[in-house]
Design a protein around this ligand. Structure first.
Ligand code: KIV
Ligand code: ZN
Length: 517
């Protein structure tokens, strides 16, 4: 089979991305992201791991029902139960893929699976055979591939292709690979496995050494892979995965060198990045390639001078090609419901009912009373907030009064509701945020520990809303609470309560890679 020069972009933000601590998303949030991935024109959306929980199952099913342009995929461990569950969730999809995996490295087989290599080989073959009863589009991954023995890999991969696997995904599960070796391994595997040309080869790289994008490109150029697995903003386990925006823009910008095409609509990249960051609470660092706030900002005088004379002097990509637009004031206090609704449509935000539009418009009016200029980013934050309010109603922010003065102990009074009953609580602390948390905890007594606190300006200028992420940990669970408000202590209170809501929801999920099927 001669190699095509069209690369398949497989996005796993909703599966591997969601495995990052605190990044769990609700069904509605996943659906919003999936629709944005469809606008971005990704070829395959890995929508989740159906056997993880009822919630994950429902999310995949909703995505399979609503997204028509991309193939929808579910991960499953190499057992009949997981595969049947994946098939059931994917049933409404126009195009569906089952992605099954089992670990093949000596370390994982001995320590995690406690299985002999021959058993692993047999289980892999049986899983693919069983999955073929549900769809023709089957992906198989030998987990920890880059630390597996090559002879054994050859046997497993030849076996699963013989059973009907149509994509072979080679994962660098722990981000241990280096580019030339990684690419050369895939090349050798393809050469040694007699039926290797019956499958499309794929790469799935983690970023523990900061090499995920480089390894993916080496897998393509040296190894002959034709699918890249990646996530928006590089979200994913530990240091994350190959960042979609980076790998796609590398291929686009250096097209003459790579001579490969992708179907991605790059003008949707920034919108996807902002949406994922806002929903998961994983802020994008300012100097992040392509989607960081500084990626196209030219602070130094020398560069600005060069840019004014000829853009190419210091810019290799155009900001507008990836969807950066100047911060535009889009609406104000006097804007009506129709203008608001139209802006939602232009931003690709779909609301299920008029009641939802009304609720979001109510929030918009409240914000416009306090903030004269409303940007697209404000609207996106407001919609995200509205979604959180609908999903998790146990704790709800009502109001806050706070006082701090140099030399005085900060105090806060927070009014919030818990299970529908309103409480007004006072607290003091080392700073205003500490005082606010102490006020809430005097009543909530959640026992949660704050493990990360970050604050970012949503747009530019001192009038910008602050967007706060609070990562809370309790009883082995980690969640991210997100909140936005022009008052950063109020934004922090909203983020804290959103985190408590997530802890309260107690969704139990199985991590596909930590647990044996
Ligand atoms: O990193 C990994 O090995 C994975 C597999 C499930 C493909 O995410
Ligand atoms: Zn992974």
């Amino acid at each position: 089979m001669s190699l095509s020069n069209r690369l398949i972009i497989f996005d796993t933000t909703l599966r591997d991305g969601e495995q990052s601590p605190g990044a769990s998303m609700t069904r509605e949030e996943k659906l919003r992201i999936a629709k944005q991935l469809e606008r971005l024109k990704v070829d395959v959306i890995e929508a989740g791991f159906a056997a993880a929980s009822q919630g994950d199952f429902e999310s995949i099913k909703a995505i399979a029902s609503h997204v028509r342009e991309s193939t929808i995929c579910s991960l499953s461990r190499a057992n009949d139960r997981d595969i049947a569950r994946a098939a059931e969730a994917l049933a409404p999809a126009e195009r569906k893929r089952i992605h099954t995996f089992i670990a093949t490295s000596p370390l994982h087989m001995q320590m995690k699976l406690r299985m002999e290599p021959e058993q692993v080989l047999e289980q892999a073959r049986l899983a693919v055979r069983y999955a073929r009863n549900h769809t023709d589009d089957i992906e198989f991954s030998p987990e920890d591939g880059s630390r597996s023995e090559e002879d054994f890999l050859c046997r497993v991969l030849e076996g699963v292709i013989a059973e009907g696997a149509t994509t072979i995904n080679f994962p660098d599960t722990v981000g241990y690979a280096v580019p030339e070796m990684f690419g050369a391994t895939i090349k050798r595997l393809r050469e040694r496995i007699p039926n290797s040309d019956k499958a499309v080869w794929s790469v799935h790289c983690h970023n523990d050494l900061g090499l995920a994008v480089a390894n993916s490109l080496a897998g393509v150029m040296i190894g002959g892979a034709r699918q890249i697995e990646c996530t928006i903003n590089g979200l994913g386990e530990r240091a994350g995965n190959t960042a979609l925006e980076e790998v796609v823009m590398a291929l686009r910008t250096r097209q003459a060198y790579y001579n490969l095409t992708v179907g991605i609509d790059t003008s949707q990249i920034v919108a996807a990045s902002k949406m994922v960051s806002q929903i998961t609470g994983f802020a994008v660092q300012p100097n992040k390639a392509v989607v960081g706030a500084n990626a196209f900002a030219h602070a130094s005088g020398i560069h600005q001078d060069g840019i004014l004379k000829a853009r190419e002097t210091y810019e290799i990509m155009r900001a507008e090609d990836v969807g950066w637009t100047a911060n535009k004031i889009v609406l104000g206090k006097l804007s009506g419901r129709n203008a608001f609704k139209q802006r939602l449509q232009e931003l690709g935000i779909e609301m299920d009912s008029e009641a939802e539009v009304n609720a979001a418009f109510g929030r918009f009016k409240e914000l416009a009373d306090r903030k004269s200029e409303i940007f697209d980013e404000d609207i996106m934050a407001l919609v995200a907030d509205e979604q959180v309010a609908q999903d998790n109603e146990y704790y709800r922010f009502v109001s806050l009064a706070q006082r701090s003065e140099t030399g005085e102990t900060p105090t806060a009074k927070v009014v919030f509701s818990m299970d529908g009953k309103e409480y007004s609580c006072d607290g003091q602390g080392d700073g205003p945020v500490d005082a606010m948390v102490n006020a809430i905890e005097s009543q909530a007594k959640s026992g949660a520990e704050l493990v990360l606190f970050s604050i970012n300006a949503i747009s530019t200028g001192t009038q910008s809303q602050g967007e706060v992420t609070m990562r809370l940990s309790h009883a082995g669970r980690i969640v991210n609470g997100v909140g936005a408000d022009p008052d950063i202590v109020v934004a922090s209170a909203k983020a804290y309560l959103s985190g408590l809501n997530k802890l309260h929801s107690k969704t139990e999920r199985v991590n596909p890679q930590a647990a044996q099927g």
